[in-house]
Design a protein. Structure first.
Length: 326
């Protein structure tokens, strides 16, 4: 397990609020910059960011705010729609949030004078994660402490309901497997559901608890990763229902697991937020130790850039970006 102090962020951007969730859009928005949204106590801030690794004329990072949306309640989860585009008129920004009031909010804007909010109700406990169907963006999936995964259309109608054996902590929809949904449960199990038959078709078992976060590798569909207890675990879903690799990495419970979107062998994990020094660890599957250790205070959420080996964590009134080696 890692105890040494980590290095500070490569870049930081100041914010006016504590940040509970931050997400790069995983989709090409038709702009040279990347879409990024972060949520605080009352608002969602949407902007575009570009880094000197993309444009040598930029001094570190440029973050330009496009719109601040009044949310009215704390933002706990956020997902981008693949329909968000900046290169067509009218422009469209669409994302979905989850909040402590157990509601989902679908926000759509043309960044001019048309903002629309649709509220979705059905969960009766805390919502942990939300994701859009990644090819057309016409459906949304969410998981909750109420032991359900629910699928919604853009009109706010619940179209599917999967009953789970424990709280749902992560849900993933892969662009190469759009008729399957991956759902991770706190008791340590990950299941894949066939959306046509609405039946479970594959199950993975971590062998321990609590599973706090899981992710399906964007660049290699056979790889699934998660953090369980203080460990990270990796599955090859073609070989076994039990982890192919497992390693203890955080002194306390681990909180987030996210695959790099640029390299199938790189992933990041974080310790639980709220610790004095909640570590960000970046791992490479060919190295026994983390290839980067970042130190962050009150770190929450974790997201990778679409093409760069760069991840972001939200914190107390700032965004922290770490550039890693490929």
């Amino acid at each position: 397990m890692q105890e040494e102090a980590g290095r500070t962020a490569t870049y930081t951007v100041p914010c006016e609020d504590s940040i509970y969730v931050v997400e790069f859009s995983p989709y090409d928005c038709g702009s040279a910059s990347s879409l990024l949204a972060y949520g605080g106590n009352q608002h969602v801030v949407v902007g575009v960011c570009q880094f000197k690794e993309e444009d040598v004329d930029i001094d570190g990072v440029e973050f330009n705010i496009l719109r601040v949306f009044t949310h009215g309640v704390r933002v706990d989860a956020l997902a981008w729609s693949p329909e968000s585009r900046l290169d067509k008129l009218p422009q469209i920004i669409r994302f979905c949030t989850a909040a402590p009031d157990r509601k989902l909010r679908l926000l759509t804007s043309d960044l001019q004078n048309r903002d629309e909010v649709k509220v979705m109700e059905g969960h009766n406990s805390y919502i942990n994660h939300v994701v859009f169907e990644p090819t057309e963006g016409k459906q949304i999936a969410s998981v909750s402490d109420d032991h359900t995964c629910r699928v919604w259309d853009l009109d706010g109608n619940e179209t599917m309901l999967f009953r789970l054996w424990s709280p749902g902590v992560s849900v993933c929809w892969h662009p190469e497997e759009v008729f399957k949904l991956m759902v991770a449960e706190k008791k340590g199990t990950i299941r894949f559901y066939d959306l046509v038959t609405q039946q479970a078709i594959l199950s993975l078992d971590s062998g321990q608890t609590p599973l706090m976060s899981a992710d399906w590798c964007l660049t290699n569909t056979i790889k699934v990763g998660a953090v369980v207890g203080s460990d990270w675990v990796i599955w090859d879903i073609t070989r076994s229902s039990y982890p192919q690799e497992k390693r203890p990495v955080h002194l306390d419970k681990a909180r987030h697991f996210r695959w790099s979107r640029a390299n199938e062998n790189i992933f990041a994990t974080t310790g639980c937020p709220g610790k004095i020094n909640s570590q960000l660890l970046v791992h490479h599957l060919s190295h026994p130790q983390p290839v980067m250790i970042g130190s962050t205070s009150v770190g929450s959420s974790l997201s990778w850039h679409r093409t760069l080996p760069l991840c972001v964590i939200g914190g107390d009134r700032k965004l922290s970006f770490w550039m890693t080696e490929m």
